[in-house]
Write a protein that binds this ligand. Structure first.
Ligand code: CO
Length: 180
């Protein structure tokens, strides 16, 4: 099921998400996240962005690999993800977010991370990540803590963006009414 994407300004994006347990419908959560992400043609989507305060997110690099054949397709769901370690090599990369449409800014993050998560069968997986996947993982992980990429940009740039952000805030109020 494709869910409405929650926009910046909605309080749900600022909350911390709860762990997923055996009681949760993991397959259903994963399906909603993937279909909403594909419908929006994004590359990553986290629970809070579909009003689900649960620790899960999905990555799907297909829109990038279609544009650039050097980027390998990577599609995965991450349940209860954790970042165990980060390297000291920070890199800049232009990020965007489906909850903050039409805003793209450079964000500094470590280039390499070591992560742990549960897969769909609730097996524990540990993995080393670099490149675009490490970047998306960190962006989505922040969503589970109520953090948005605009929190991490240069304060002067943030100030310049504030009229644009306020417009999205007004839209987000509208969407709350529309979707009940
Ligand atoms: Co985002």
């Amino acid at each position: 099921m494709v869910a409405p994407v929650i926009l910046y300004g909605s309080p749900v994006l600022r909350k911390s998400s709860a762990d997923i347990t055996g009681e949760d419908n993991i397959t259903g959560i994963s399906e909603t996240l993937f279909s909403t992400l594909k419908n929006a043609k994004g590359i990553g989507l986290a629970g809070p962005q579909v009003s689900l305060l649960k620790r899960a997110f999905v990555i799907d690099t297909s829109p990038l690999s279609e544009d650039d054949i050097t980027i390998e397709k990577y599609e995965k769901v991450f349940i209860n993800p954790m970042i165990l370690e980060r390297n000291n090599d920070d890199v800049m990369f232009r990020e965007g977010c489906l909850s903050i449409p039409d805003i793209f800014e450079e964000v500094k993050r470590p280039s390499k991370i070591w992560v742990r998560y549960n897969d769909l069968s609730f097996n524990i997986v540990e993995e080393e990540m670099t490149g675009i996947v490490a970047r998306i993982f960190q962006h989505e992980y922040d969503h589970l803590e109520g953090i948005l990429f605009i929190d991490k940009i240069n304060p002067v740039k943030r100030k310049i963006l504030s009229p644009k952000l306020n417009k999205i805030k007004i839209l987000s109020r509208g969407s709350v009414n529309y979707y009940g």
